[in-house]
Design a protein around this ligand. Structure first.
Ligand SMILES: NC(=O)c1ccc[n+]([C@@H]2O[C@H](COP(=O)([O-])OP(=O)(O)OC[C@H]3O[C@@H](n4cnc5c(N)ncnc54)[C@H](OP(=O)(O)O)[C@@H]3O)[C@@H](O)[C@H]2O)c1
Length: 254
């Protein structure tokens, strides 16, 4: 297994943002990259986002990490997705099996690709706690190096079994939905609380909350806004929150 450390960093999610509009992608991706974001999460499910990312990141591929996915019910379809990814990205640093779909079928050919050096790390994702038992089973095969699950102050089910298991097995963790799909942002605490938390904005406090769990490597907030991408990327540096500061964030997020 290649020891490639992913974080702790703020990456960029691409679900429901620029899709196949490479012009819109350029604005957001450039702002994120210039603010220090180097990890970009995508999927064949995200309506053209992979091709936009490929076009925008081409000149700086060496400085970026692509975490994309195979989202296919059979091996032929999965291989077609992968062939397009190699055209867009040249290689794939983190290849994740999206929503555990047909994971036992995809694993052998993906492992061969990893063996031949065209991808670095294999991961598996799911958004629903009802699938966490199956995610744990997949991790226990010890054939995955990356796990992607939701984590924010209102969605903490992964803390029960998956985060301890990932830590035990040395699996890196990517956090989806760190802002609860935007729902957590609506009620910001007073300015004095943000000051106490050492941030300028409430989204930054929520992002720091997730990244302050030392089992988490990367968080991938999604945005259509260059300004939000910049502000979010700035949340990716220490000092990290202690237990008391995390509790303060939880109080205002609930
Ligand atoms: N594997 C899976 O099953 C799965 C499932 C879900 C998500 N994911 C991945 O995880 C990523 C993140 O999850 P998500 O997109 O569902 O939710 P999220 O990142 O928790 O929230 C995105 C929402 O937050 C808003 N936002 C972001 N930054 C903001 C800021 N600084 N200020 C105000 N609003 C802000 C965005 O609106 P604006 O556009 O206005 O900024 C958007 O509505 C996805 O894009 C995808 O890459 C994976």
């Amino acid at each position: 297994m290649e020891e490639r450390r992913l974080g702790p960093v703020v990456g960029l999610g691409t679900w429901n943002t620029f899709g196949g509009d490479a012009g819109a992608a350029r604005t957001v991706v450039d702002a994120a990259f210039d603010a220090g974001c180097g990890v970009f999460d995508s999927s064949p499910m995200y309506r053209g986002a992979e091709s936009s990312l490929g076009a925008v990141l081409a000149p700086r591929r060496g400085e970026t990490t692509i975490a994309t996915k195979i989202w296919a019910g059979n091996v032929d379809e999965g291989r077609e997705q992968y062939a397009r990814q190699l055209e867009w990205f040249g290689r794939v640093e983190v290849e994740q099996i999206h929503n555990l779909q047909s994971w036992e079928q995809h694993l052998p050919w993906l492992e061969r690709e990893r063996g031949e050096g065209r991808l670095d790390l294999l991961g598996v994702t799911h958004y629903s706690p009802s699938a966490f038992g199956e995610l744990a089973r997949a991790l226990r095969t010890r054939r995955f190096e990356v796990l992607q699950v939701p984590l924010n102050p209102r969605e903490r089910e992964c803390e029960r079994e998956l985060l301890p298991l990932a830590a035990e097995l040395g699996v890196r963790v990517i956090v989806m939905r760190p802002l609860g799909e935007g729902a957590l942002i609506r009620h910001a605490p007073p300015e004095a609380v943000l000051e106490e938390l050492g941030v300028e904005t409430w989204p930054q406090a929520l992002l720091k909350w997730a990244l302050s769990d030392d089992r988490v490597d990367v968080i991938i907030p999604a945005t259509r806004s260059a300004e939000h991408a910049r502000v979010n990327a700035e949340a990716g540096s220490p000092p990290w929150y202690d237990a008391e500061q995390r509790e303060l964030v939880e109080r205002f997020a609930s």
